[in-house]
Design a protein around this ligand. Structure first.
Ligand SMILES: NC(=O)c1ccc[n+]([C@@H]2O[C@H](COP(=O)([O-])OP(=O)(O)OC[C@H]3O[C@@H](n4cnc5c(N)ncnc54)[C@H](OP(=O)(O)O)[C@@H]3O)[C@@H](O)[C@H]2O)c1
Length: 334
C-alpha cells in the first residue's frame, strides 16, 4: 500500500529570539484548509515592525505572550497577498484562482490557511500583489488611528509625525481621503513621497522642529514617537487629540510602551487628550482598504523588495528603522 507524501512548503522559521540571523528558510508541512478555510498560495508578504519585535522577543514585557525563553510559535509574518488554491466546503465568496490579500499569522511562507470570514478580501485588479501585500497592518493602523481614535473630520488640521514609513505613508493618504489638511513630518528622503501622497505641508525633522511652529492641529497621529507630551502639546488645538501609534524600539523592557505611558500621563491634567491603540483586523476595515486601493486613494509606497531566501537581509534592513514606505518579500511567482 503506497502512502501519499505530505505536501510541504518553504517558510521563514526561527527557534529562538534574537537578531535576524536567527531566521532560517525551512521546509515545513503545508497547511491543509478545514471546511471554513481557504488555502492561499502566497505571492508576496510584507514586513511590519511587529514582525521585528516578534523575532527579537521584545519588548521583554511581552514575553508572557510571545514565550518566556523561546518563541511559542516558530513562524513569523502577518501581511500577505496571493492566489486561492483550494477552498473548504463551507466557504462562500471565494473560489480557487481568486486573487486575495489580508492578514494571517505565519504569512512569511509559501502557503497560508485563512478562515473565509476573517480579514481576507479580493485584491483589486489594478493593484499588484506587492502593493496589496503592503496594505494590511500598516494601512489598517492608519485607518483605525485616524478614523476610530482620532475621529477625523473633513477640514481638520492633521499632523502625521513619522510620515515616511510603513504606517505614515498610508496615514498621509488616508487623512487626505477623509478631507483633512495634512502636515507630514519626515526625514529628507520621505519628502517626495509625502508630497505625492497628498500632504499639504511637509516638514523635514532634520531641518525644522515642528513643535516650534505656529500651526495648531486637531489630530496628531504620532507614529514616530520621538517627541514628548511637553513638546507635542505646544502644537495642539484646544480640544486636540494625540493618537499614539508607535515609538522607538530601543527600550528592551518596554519598547514603545514607555513613550505611550508618557503621553497618557502628560495629558491627564489637560483638556487635550492622548490615546494609544493596537490595530485589530476585521473584514469591514479590510473592505474599506480594498476600496481605497481600488480607486487609487491609497497607493502603497514600496521601499525595497527581497526574495524569501533573503529574509535575514530584509529584517536587517527594516530593523534600521528608516524604511521609506514598506519592505516586501516576494515569495512566489507563476
Ligand atoms: N499601534 C499599532 O497597532 C501599530 C501598528 C503598526 C505599527 N505600529 C508602530 O508604529 C511605529 C511605526 O511603524 P512603521 O511600520 O511605520 O515603522 P517605519 O516604517 O520604521 O517608520 C518609522 C517612521 O518614523 C520616522 N522617524 C524615525 N525617527 C524619527 C524622528 N527622530 N523624528 C521624526 N520621525 C522619525 C521615520 O522617518 P525617517 O525614515 O524619515 O527617519 C518613519 O517615517 C512602530 O513603532 C510600530 O511598532 C503600531
Amino acid at each position: 500500500m503506497s502512502t501519499q507524501p505530505v505536501p510541504t512548503m518553504k517558510a521563514v522559521v526561527r527557534n529562538s529570539f534574537g537578531p535576524p540571523r536567527v531566521l532560517e528558510i525551512s521546509v515545513v508541512d503545508r497547511p491543509v484548509p478545514d471546511d471554513d478555510q481557504v488555502l492561499v498560495r502566497v505571492r508576496t508578504a510584507s514586513l511590519n515592525r511587529a514582525d521585528w519585535y516578534a523575532m527579537a522577543g521584545r519588548p521583554l514585557l511581552g514575553r508572557p505572550m510571545m514565550g518566556l525563553r523561546r518563541p511559542k510559535s516558530n513562524r513569523l509574518g502577518t501581511d500577505y497577498a496571493g492566489v486561492i488554491e483550494a477552498v473548504g466546503k463551507n466557504v462562500t465568496g471565494f473560489r480557487p484562482g481568486d486573487e486575495v490579500f489580508g492578514g494571517r499569522d505565519g504569512a512569511l511562507a509559501e502557503y497560508v490557511c485563512v478562515r473565509h470570514d476573517r480579514a481576507i478580501v479580493h485584491k483589486p485588479p489594478n493593484a499588484t500583489f506587492e502593493q496589496a501585500a503592503a496594505v494590511p497592518v500598516a494601512a489598517l493602523s492608519a485607518l483605525q488611528g485616524l478614523r476610530d481614535r482620532g475621529g477625523i473630520q473633513p477640514g481638520q488640521k492633521v499632523l502625521i509625525h513619522g510620515a515616511s514609513g510603513g504606517v505614515g505613508t498610508f496615514a498621509v493618504q488616508i487623512a487626505k481621503a477623509f478631507g483633512a489638511e495634512v502636515t507630514a513630518v519626515c526625514g529628507p528622503r520621505g519628502i517626495e513621497a509625502a508630497r505625492s501622497g497628498g500632504a499639504d505641508h511637509v516638514i523635514d525633522y532634520t531641518r525644522d522642529d515642528f513643535t516650534r511652529g505656529d500651526d495648531r492641529f486637531d489630530i496628531v497621529l504620532d507614529v514616530a514617537g520621538t517627541r514628548s507630551w511637553r513638546h507635542l502639546r505646544r502644537v495642539l488645538a484646544p480640544r486636540a487629540i494625540v493618537v499614539g501609534v508607535g515609538g522607538p524600539k530601543d527600550n528592551r523592557l518596554t519598547g514603545p510602551m514607555s513613550h505611550m505611558l508618557g503621553l497618557r500621563l502628560g495629558a491627564m491634567f489637560s483638556r487635550r487628550r492622548a490615546v494609544f491603540f493596537i490595530a485589530k483586523f476585521n473584514k469591514a476595515d479590510m473592505e474599506t482598504l480594498r476600496d481605497l486601493l481600488a480607486d487609487g486613494r491609497i497607493a502603497p509606497v514600496i521601499d525595497r523588495r527581497f526574495g524569501l531566501e533573503e529574509a535575514v537581509a530584509a529584517f536587517d534592513y527594516m530593523g534600521d528603522g528608516h524604511p521609506q514606505g514598506k519592505v516586501v518579500l516576494v515569495i512566489g511567482r507563476e
